[in-house]
Design a protein around this ligand. Sequence first.
Ligand code: MG
Length: 218
Amino acid sequence: MHTVTLIGSNRTLNVGKIVCLGRNYLDHIRELNNEVPDAPVIFCKPASSLLENNGKILIPAYSDDCHHELELALLIGEKGKQIPEADANNYICGYAVALDLTLRDVQARQKEKGLPWEIAKGFDTSCPLSRFVCADQINDPDNLRLSLKVNGQLRQQGNTNMMMRSVARIVSEISGFYTLEEGDIILTGTPAGVGPIVSGDLLEGEIEQVGQLRVSVA
Ligand code: MG
């Protein structure tokens, strides 16, 4: 069983599903020449994909092109289905810095064949995650600067105010497809600047008020 703990509380949650939103920042959609979606683009990672702070990323042998995607992660604190957008923030108990690691070559092959992407997105260590801070420590989740450095060089920089879907809308829409349960995690999409990582790289992600994530590639 995978668990996460909220900083500053004694609360430990068992991780359920990890639901990820794709194509939520216009600048990232443009850099990959994707279409702007009408409906949310959603996929899941298994809990076995989690990697703790200071962990080592293991790029699978079936890929030569693993990309970083820096994202704000939400932790769901209580069960809900078809949650109205106006109530959605009450279901979030924590925020963390996450990476949605993606095997871009495998994903491209799967897309071309019209097949699911899971093997490009859900491999072991594909979801590095910082510790979660309590939601009440965050003033406005829709206005947080985020940045990622690889080996000290800035690769991704943005603000959650650039997201096409707000945090509340994301929770509301996902809860229309899946019942959200305590311990579920949601990844909210990545800004522009995604790129490859290779063995020995050090990745340092930071989100204002939320914290830092530091992992390296084995
Ligand atoms: Mg992503």
